[in-house]
Design a protein around this ligand. Structure first.
Ligand code: ZN
Length: 154
């Protein structure tokens, strides 16, 4: 999905929710979609301010849930206290699992379509319907295992 197509989708989503496509919201959206790695709210604020210096931290925190609800942004919680975000560039609806380096907290993502199947199988055995599922794997970088230090740290 190109950023133009994604921005258009976001615009449609805003209208449907009765929200205005303000220049700040669009700057935040553009900033999020041009960040390559997983990012935090603060990193997004830095990037968005380069596009529109009227973007405030409050606007970031109000816009993130809107973008997540639009499914154009994914929220990733690795249990470190701070949430990470990543644009859903391919518009994928399949499940994604995270593999997190325990030393530098770099997040790798892998497609995990079996997760949905697994949760519905397990739930139906209990007579339940799954609402959501997630899988996270903690791992060490190869270099970390050999030298005790992660090259990405710092
Ligand atoms: Zn690492």
């Amino acid at each position: 999905m190109s950023i133009t197509a994604a921005r258009e989708k976001f615009g449609v989503f805003l209208v449907r929710k009765g929200l205005r496509a303000t220049s700040q919201r669009l700057a935040i959206f553009d900033a999020a979609f041009t960040l390559e790695e997983h990012f935090t709210a603060d990193q997004l604020l830095d990037r968005a301010r380069k596009l529109d210096d009227s973007v405030s931290r409050a606007t970031i925190y109000r816009t993130l849930p809107i973008m997540t609800a639009s499914a154009l942004l994914r929220e990733v919680d690795i249990g470190s206290g701070e949430k990470f975000y990543r644009p859903n560039r391919d518009g994928a609806t399949t499940q994604v699992a995270q593999v997190v380096c325990v030393d530098c907290e770099k997040i790798f993502e892998i497609s995990a379509p079996f997760m949905e199947w697994y949760s519905s199988t397990v739930s139906s055995k209990l007579g339940l319907t799954p609402a959501s599922q997630r899988l996270q794997v903690s791992a060490n970088c190869d270099v970390f295992r050999q030298s005790g230090a992660c090259p990405r740290r710092g």
